[in-house]
Design a protein around this ligand. Structure first.
Ligand code: 5GP
Length: 183
């Protein structure tokens, strides 16, 4: 797998440290809600955010539920289709609960904005976004994000849950894929 990697952007140790910081920030921000007995649901956007959410949820020192959604995004290609469709819905009713979306990477922001609209229509007590990576790209639409792990360059990223054609998700670091692999 490592032959296909152009560059390691963030190592396992850097990722671990940053996710612990994000978890601590969420713990601080939601402690009063948890103390008041209000529900917190962390929503994973499958499949890319599965590893991130597993780590982030364990870095939050509050009671919370974990639930999963799947949306269609890039398929096996390295370019956004622009179309975002919910293909697996939550098992939980999030009405009246504090929802924290765990997203792997924000590129155009289309996926996240579509998800936000959908989840807001379910009447949550609040809606926040924790994105592990934020791509450094100009965007037409603003993408609200409350917690960001790292900014990353406008390259095709794999590892720590992120794939290309279902490969590289199990790389422990965040890497840039060599363009000849996906072009
Ligand atoms: P957006 O809707 O923001 O353009 O794209 C969001 C989704 O596209 C992410 O959740 C992720 O699944 C996929 N994506 C965007 N950029 C990359 C990338 O560099 N690498 C990988 N593996 N997936 C990406």
């Amino acid at each position: 797998m490592l032959d296909d990697i152009a560059e390691v952007l963030f190592t396992r140790d850097q990722i671990e440290k940053r996710v612990l910081e994000m978890g601590a920030a969420i713990t601080e921000d939601f402690a009063a809600h948890a103390q008041a007995g209000e529900g917190i649901v962390m929503v994973c956007v499958l499949r890319g955010a599965a590893i991130f959410m597993a780590d982030l949820a364990r870095a939050v020192d509050l009671p919370l539920e974990m639930d999963y959604m799947a949306v269609s995004s890039y398929g096996d290609q390295a370019k956004s289709s622009g179309a975002v469709r919910i293909i697996k819905d939550l098992s939980t009713d999030v009405k009246g609960k504090h929802v924290i979306i765990a997203e792997d990477i924000i590129d155009t922001g289309l996926t996240l904005n579509r998800l936000r609209q959908d989840l807001l229509s379910r009447d949550p007590a609040s809606l926040s976004v924790a994105a592990f990576l934020n791509k450094d790209v100009p965007r037409a639409e603003e993408v609200p994000c409350d917690y960001v792990g790292f900014s990353c360059p406008n390259e095709f990223i794999v590892g720590y849950g992120l794939d290309f054609a279902e490969r590289y998700r199990n790389l422990p670091s965040i890497c840039v894929l060599k363009p000849e692999i996906y072009q």
